[in-house]
Every structure is written in structure tokens, then in C-alpha cells.
Design a protein around this ligand. Structure first.
Ligand code: CTP
Length: 409
């Protein structure tokens, strides 16, 4: 973080008493820290404290003529390499989500092009409130990083989610955010996740048991590896991983359209979605009434998103998943060859395995060999899986680069 410029926004919450320590943790890593306080923050900690630990004049007033004459709010927004709001109160998250510019800190957040991270801190009931959930979802979709919160004892005497992460942890996360380094730095990865829903009528659909967790974990791991990640997701109840852009879709047809739209410039396509293979041939316009004693549903095939991408001449590196209830490896290998994939991850599904559960295990097959990733939580598994993708992708890119050189010989 040597020489990096962090704009630290401090908002009104009891956790603000930890923010001076956060300034020190950032500075000991070599960062310059400019503190901006909201009016609420100044009810908890004084500007003098922050000035002492940051060695810079603290800013708080949008209408401060002297400060604006020196470094105006737009310059300050441009000065920052990263913006961290810690603690981020429920009120500030709401203002950020709705794009308010009613004080200096909110205005800076609108005016900056630097990555923004928030470290929420509030009472656990406020954190769980639907309004806060919606604000966090909006911010995460815009690529705002959400650090925490942690769980534990709260200042109000209650226990639950809503504690600001510790300063050392936050400093490490900001360092990771700024480094943007990793084997997939500069690469664009598109991941599909979750089930699709195929309409029967306006209130009914055909779907499957996929929770989307594996795909979300893969998107997170790819982001951690430095990639720009777009997650095309069917309907799931999951939060978007920090720094990942999300596109919500419903049906297989929607998913194909969204993927094709996102494809230009994509280096790696990872298809974890449990896309419906069939859809009702005719979706009824009105709710179907229960008049007949039985009901037949005529179904037609949906497009295969993965095979469509793999068949393109301008295809990225293409990775599929195989959900199997039997002969896992043989079936996965057949799919790898039939769909012309670069790599496939096989998992056994059904009988309480893989779908809609926390853990999984994978067998990963590629043209270069076979790897077994043993049973683990899906994020751990996804990190191991992405490491394998990186290896194969690099080998393939190397082969492509060597191609013309060999031809010249
Ligand atoms: N897939 C897809 N579009 C579909 C069906 C599947 O993109 N319409 C992708 C999945 O995301 C996965 C791979 O194809 O990466 C294999 O999916 P799976 O359900 O295991 O197999 P299918 O190809 O659907 O074949 P089957 O159902 O006969 O096993």
C-alpha cells in the first residue's frame, strides 16, 4: 500500500471509536489517509483525534470555503485510490444506495471513480431489516465492496450480526482491493449460476433445486484471483460477492441472451448454472384453472448456453459443470468432448448431494488431465477450482501464443 491514497469516511456509529486505530493500521502499511467525517461521526469521535493520527486536516463540510479553495471536493474525489467507509451506518448506506449528495462524504462517493468499500456497523435488527438488505444488494450490484459485518456482542447489549470488522482485518482487505493483483488480473470472466425458471403460466414455473451457491463461490474466487467478473444468475436468494457485477435472469432464453451480450472481451466462461433443458412449449397467458382431472404439459428443448458459447469461433476458454446422479466421471468426460469444452467439473447430485447444500466435492477434467478436489465448503472448493482453471487457461494461452512462432519456423 506504499504511497496509496485512502479516503476514509467515518459515519455516525459507536464503532467510530475504532476508526483512529484503522487510520494507524493503514498508515503503517505505507498509505496516506484523508479522513472525511459526517456530522453523526463527530458526535462519537473528535476531528482532533483523526487529525493527530492521520497527520492531515480532517474534512467534513461541503461548504467549507477554505477547504474548497485548497482541495475542492472533486479534486479530493479524484485524489483517492480507494474510498473506505468505516464504520458505515445504516443511514449512510441508504444515502449511498440512493445516490444522495447531501454532505461532503456522500458527494465524494458520487464523484469518485475509485473503488468504494463499506464496513457496515449497526444493531443486528437494523442490519437484518429489509431496507438495509435492499440497500446492501444495490451497492454490491454496483461493485461496492462490502466488508463484513462480523457477528458478536453489540454496544446495545444484544448479540448478532452488525459489528464492524477489526481495523487490522479492514486494512488487509483494503490492501487486497488496491493490489488488484492475482493471476487473473486484467482478465474478464463470465460465470452463470443458479437455476432457471420456465413459465407454465403467470404464477407457475418449472425449475430445479440449484441454490446458486457453487456459482457464486466461483465468481468470488475468480474476483479474488484479480479478474473482472460478471455473474449471470437465475433467481436465487444470495448476496452478490464483493466486486462482482451481477445480471439477473429468469429463463434459459434470458440467460443465453445475457451471456451473449456479456461475451465480447471475455477470456473465460464458466457455466455453473443448472439451466432447464426443457420449457413448456406454450406458456399460458392466464392462470390455468383446475377444471380437468389430469394435466399434460408439453415441453420443448431450451437452448444450451454452454454449447452455444463453445461453438463460437471467437470463443473464450470454456468451462462447464456436469451434474450427474450416476457414472459421474464417464458422463462428464462425454460432455467435455460433445460440447467441445476446455474443462469440466463433475459433481454428483441428488440424494442430498451438491444441490442446495453447503459442501461439495469435484472431479475436474481437462484436456490436460484429472484432478480431484475433496469435500469442502463451496468457497474453499471454488478457490481450488479457479486455481485449476488459471493453470489450464495459462497453458492454453501459451499454446496459442506459440502457434504463429512455430508456423514461422
Ligand atoms: N448447460 C447450459 N445450458 C443448458 C443445459 C446445460 O449451459 N440448456 C450447461 C450447464 O451449465 C453445465 C453443462 O451444460 O455447465 C452440463 O449441464 P448438465 O445439466 O450436467 O447436462 P446437460 O447438458 O443438460 O445434459 P443432461 O441433462 O442430459 O445430463
Amino acid at each position: 500500500m506504499q504511497g496509496k491514497r485512502i479516503l476514509l469516511g467515518v459515519t455516525g456509529g459507536i464503532a467510530a471509536y475504532k476508526s483512529p486505530d484503522l487510520v494507524r493500521r493503514l498508515r503503517e502499511r505505507g498509505a496516506e489517509v484523508q479522513v472525511v467525517m459526517t456530522a453523526g461521526a463527530r458526535e462519537f469521535v473528535t476531528a482532533t483525534t483523526f487529525q493527530a493520527v492521520s497527520a492531515r486536516t480532517v474534512r467534513h463540510d461541503l461548504w467549507d470555503a477554505a477547504a474548497e479553495a485548497a482541495m475542492g471536493h472533486i479534486e479530493l474525489a479524484r485524489w483517492a485510490d480507494a474510498v473506505l467507509i468505516a464504520p458505515a451506518s445504516a443511514d449512510f448506506l441508504a444515502r449511498l444506495a440512493t445516490g444522495q449528495a447531501d454532505d461532503l462524504l456522500a458527494t465524494l462517493c458520487l464523484a469518485t471513480e475509485a473503488p468504494i468499500a463499506v464496513a457496515p456497523a449497526m444493531n443486528h435488527v437494523m442490519w437484518a431489516h429489509a431496507a438495509t438488505r435492499a440497500n446492501i444488494a444495490t451497492l454490491a450490484q454496483r461493485g461496492v465492496q462490502v466488508f463484513g459485518p462480523g457477528a458478536g456482542d453489540q454496544a446495545c447489549g444484544e448479540t448478532g450480526d452488525g459489528r464492524m470488522l477489526e481495523p487490522t482485518d479492514l486494512a488487509e482487505r483494503v490492501a487486497a482491493l488496491l493490489s488488484g493483483s492475482g493471476p487473473l488480473q486484467g482478465r474478464r470472466v463470465v460465470v452463470t449460476a443458479g437455476p432457471t425458471r420456465e413459465r407454465i403460466d403467470p404464477v407457475r414455473f418449472v425449475s430445479n433445486r440449484s441454490s446458486g451457491r457453487m456459482g457464486f463461490a466461483v465468481a468470488q474466487a475468480a474476483r479474488e484471483a484479480g479478474a473482472t467478473v460478471v455473474l449471470v444468475s437465475g433467481p436465487v436468494g444470495l448476496e452478490t460477492p464483493a466486486g462482482v457485477a451481477r445480471v439477473n435472469v429468469e429463463s434459459a432464453a434470458d440467460m443465453l441472451a445475457a451471456v451473449l451480450k456479456e461475451l465480447p472481451g471475455t477470456d473465460i466462461f464458466i457455466s455453473t448454472a443448472a439451466v432447464a433443458d426443457y420449457r413448456p412449449a406454450q406458456a399460458a397467458e392466464h392462470k390455468i384453472k383446475k377444471t380437468a382431472p389430469t394435466m399434460d404439459l408439453s415441453m420443448e428443448r431450451t437452448a444450451d448456453v454452454l454449447a452455444t458459447v463453445a461453438a463460437r469461433t471467437d470463443r473464450p476458454f470454456v468451462v462447464g459443470f456436469a451434474a450427474e446422479t450416476q457414472a459421474v466421471e464417464q458422463n462428464a468426460l462425454a460432455k467435455l468432448l460433445k460440447k467441445n469444452l476446455d474443462m469440466i467439473a463433475a459433481n454428483e447430485v441428488g440424494h442430498d448431494k451438491a444441490f442446495d447444500c453447503e459442501e461439495n466435492e469435484l472431479i475436474v477434467l481437462s484436456r490436460n488431465g484429472r484432478h480431484h478436489l475433496p469435500r469442502a465448503d463451496k468457497v474453499t472448493l471454488a478457490r481450488g477450482f479457479v486455481a485449476l482453471v488459471v493453470e489450464d487457461f495459462a497453458a492454453r494461452a501459451g499454446t496459442r501464443q506459440r502457434g504463429p512462432a512455430l508456423a514461422q519456423v
